[in-house]
Design a binder for this molecule. Structure first.
Ligand SMILES: [Cu+2]
Length: 130
């Protein structure tokens, strides 16, 4: 839980200069305030489902490793100049969904999964549910 709240704080700082919709920023801002307010402590234990952002830039998923709770949402934002996708590595995983430059794609995560970009298989990431 400690890593989790610290991550939200860092993630928000990275996204402050982004062009996300205002409501997304507002939501992330609230999360960051919670993270800052708790000093990255272990106080966020009972919460509703939350949203996380993974940026795709410089041919990488950033962060490449993310831990969240089953039922949380992950938004992938493509900040590169080429199309990427997010493909689950297990059978029955996610359907590849091309994400054009500047676009985003979101999904609800229900279990731990390794994923990669089918256009650039060296691009890999893992989402872990706790
Ligand atoms: Cu790619």
């Amino acid at each position: 839980m400690k890593v989790y709240t610290c991550f939200i704080d860092r993630s928000f700082k990275r996204m402050k200069s982004s062009t996300l919709k205002a409501n997304s920023l507002f939501y992330l801002g609230l999360l960051a305030i919670v993270a800052i307010g708790t000093g990255c402590s272990d106080t966020v234990t009972h919460r509703s489902h939350q949203s996380y952002t993974i940026e795709i830039k410089e041919m990488q998923f950033q962060p490449a490793a993310l831990t969240l709770r089953a039922g949380d949402t992950v938004v992938f934002i493509n900040r590169d100049f080429v199309t990427h996708d997010v493909t689950g590595q297990i059978a029955g995983g996610w359907t590849p969904s091309p994400i054009d430059p500047g676009d985003m794609w979101s999904m609800v995560v229900d279990k731990t999964i390794d994923y990669f970009c089918s256009f650039h298989p060296v691009m890999k990431g893992r989402i872990t549910t706790e």
